[in-house]
Ligand binder design. Structure first.
Ligand code: ATP
Ligand code: MG
Length: 499
């Protein structure tokens, strides 16, 4: 027989802790037995605190009891049958209360077990049947409606001192000698769970006459998956290589372990030399981790592990006798906090990269300069328009909104662009009209003539006349061209309207 069964409380007095709850259950049982119907009970509490034990002790007082598990669907048929049976027998004999014990009610599944919830509601509504329900999770949503219909009793963890006393009693009864600190360690590590405390004791003490600290170490080896914080604690608190190596047999990513150890080093180590050495080890461990990933030679991991555990552990001169509160790595909290901003940076870098034909990485390097350029309203407006940045994206570079003056935009954007665009539309006709080579030559030649006249009047008139006649003829020809262009212009105007 397991020790948990062997040393299970035989009466309410033997149940440790939760005195008020014990009293409430005793009273509840007595009231039922006196014929006073009571609300059903809902016991909520951590594992191994005595819920089932208490329900069984109560059951001893009733003539019959039935124990069911709420997560088992068949339970409800049995419950419904039991209700029918019980009410029939009750009407005949008056006595014969059957206690219904329903365990794990936080495990009832929503829609699938609607029948189950209905069955429970029925018993509660009728109120003829003593019912004790048990659950572990006080915040379970499934308990919400039940809580309103029952007397809810919340059990607390059993105090370490009470657990120590029980373990000692068991040792004495089993004829096992013990060291005080071993028992205390066992009690502490059970964290208020009496079942696990008794089980652990049985593992190291059964068939022995004495238990020592070595047995405790054996126990820690029992579980392969040790709490990750225990690993970190061992690395920082111990200098015993064997213990440290055992502690590193933890199922966790090496990168996560490095972060945790690095985060907690200054919480334990105090001397500058130790801190420096420890962080050098972390840095080396990180280098090997990187190498393992880059080269895919994962045998490098063993160096990572040795450096971050033994390396860090042996960086201290001696172990500290103090309490340190170790924490989770802050880097993950920081990363999750800055996720929104990093996403925004990525989005903007992608947009800009597409325009600039560069990678996001290169664009991001330019962000500080962008911040400077975005200070000026007009430049900011132009850049934002060019890159197609929305208001929230612009916020990456400047906190103020871009002010776009109405008058300015009218001038600078529509008016400027309109004539430009009109020029563009008119293209052939309009440009020919303003920049026509005929007009140009006419003007320039007139000026030339003036200069020629003033400078050298006596120059060969014939040559001049010839030149003039030449230009005139060219002008005439250009005029002809103009006339012929008129038709073209009309065409272009019609094309303008068409546009
Ligand atoms: N308060 C207690 N006093 C003495 N022994 C206890 C107490 N609580 C638990 N134990 C021991 O632990 C064993 C398991 O306890 P029990 O089954 O009552 O726990 P539980 O609260 O129902 O746990 P779970 O929620 O996992 O069902 C008992 O058989 C008994 O040996
Ligand atoms: Mg239980």
């Amino acid at each position: 027989m397991l020790w948990t069964g062997k040393y299970s409380p035989k009466n309410f007095d033997e149940v440790l802790g939760n005195v008020k709850i014990k009293d409430a259950i005793v009273e509840w049982t007595e009231e039922w037995l006196m014929g006073n119907t009571q609300n059903c009970l809902l016991l909520i509490g951590p594992a191994g605190t005595g819920k089932t034990t208490l329900a069984h002790l109560a059951a001893n007082e009733f003539s019959e009891y039935i124990e069911l598990n709420a997560s088992d669907k068949r339970s409800y048929d049995i419950i419904l049958n039991t209700i029918g049976e019980a009410s029939a027998s009750k009407s005949l004999f008056g006595d014969g209360l059957k206690l219904i014990i329903l365990d794990e009610v936080d495990g009832i599944h929503g829609t699938e077990d609607r029948g189950g919830t209905r069955a429970i509601s029925k018993i509660i509504k009728e109120g003829h049947h003593p019912l004790i329900m048990m659950a572990n999770d006080p915040y379970s949503k499934r308990l919400k409606s039940l809580k309103t219909k029952c007397n809810t009793l919340i059990l607390r963890k059993v105090h370490t001192n009470s657990i120590v006393a029980l373990l000692k009693r068991i040792c004495v009864k089993e004829g096992v000698e013990f060291e005080e600190h071993v028992i205390r360690n066992l009690a502490k590590s059970s964290n208020g769970d009496l079942r696990s405390a008794i089980n652990d004791l049985e593992v190291i003490a059964r068939g022995k006459t004495k238990i020592t600290s070595e047995d405790l170490e054996l126990l820690s080896k029992k579980d392969d998956i040790i709490n990750i914080f225990d690993s970190v604690r061992t690395v920082l608190k111990s200098k015993n290589p064997r213990r440290i190596k055992d502690a590193m047999k933890v199922e966790a990513e090496p990168s996560f372990l490095i972060e945790l150890i690095a985060e907690n080093i200054p919480r334990e180590y105090e001397k500058v030399d130790e801190l420096q050495k420890a962080y050098e080890m972390i840095s080396l461990a990180d280098i090997y981790l990187g190498r393992a990933f880059n080269t895919r030679v994962y045998s490098y991991w063993k160096y990572t592990y040795e450096l971050m555990s033994l390396g860090v552990a042996l960086s201290k001169e001696e172990t500290y006798r103090k309490f340190s509160r170790f924490t989770n790595s802050s880097i993950f909290a920081m990363l999750s906090k800055s996720r929104a901003k990093r996403d925004l940076k990525d989005k903007v870098a992608k947009k800009m990269g597409e325009k600039l034909h560069t990678s996001k990485k290169v664009v991001k390097e330019q962000f500080p300069y962008m911040e400077i350029m975005f200070q000026n309203d007009e430049t900011a407006y132009e850049l934002a328009t060019y890159y197609g940045l929305a208001d929230d994206e612009v916020k990456l570079f400047r906190s103020r909104k871009i002010k776009v003056k109405k008058s300015k935009t009218k001038k600078s954007v529509p008016k400027d662009s309109k004539p430009d665009s009109f020029n563009g539309f008119r293209s052939k006709s309009a440009t020919k009209k303003s920049d026509s080579p005929a007009k140009k030559t006419e003007k320039s030649l007139n000026e030339e003539n003036k200069v020629l006249k003033s400078e050298n009047k006596k120059k060969d008139k014939k040559r001049n006349n010839k030149k003039l006649s030449d230009t005139k003829s060219s002008v005439k020809s250009e005029d002809k061209e103009k006339k012929s262009d008129k038709n073209g212009k009309d065409n272009s105007q019609t094309s303008l309207f068409n546009f």
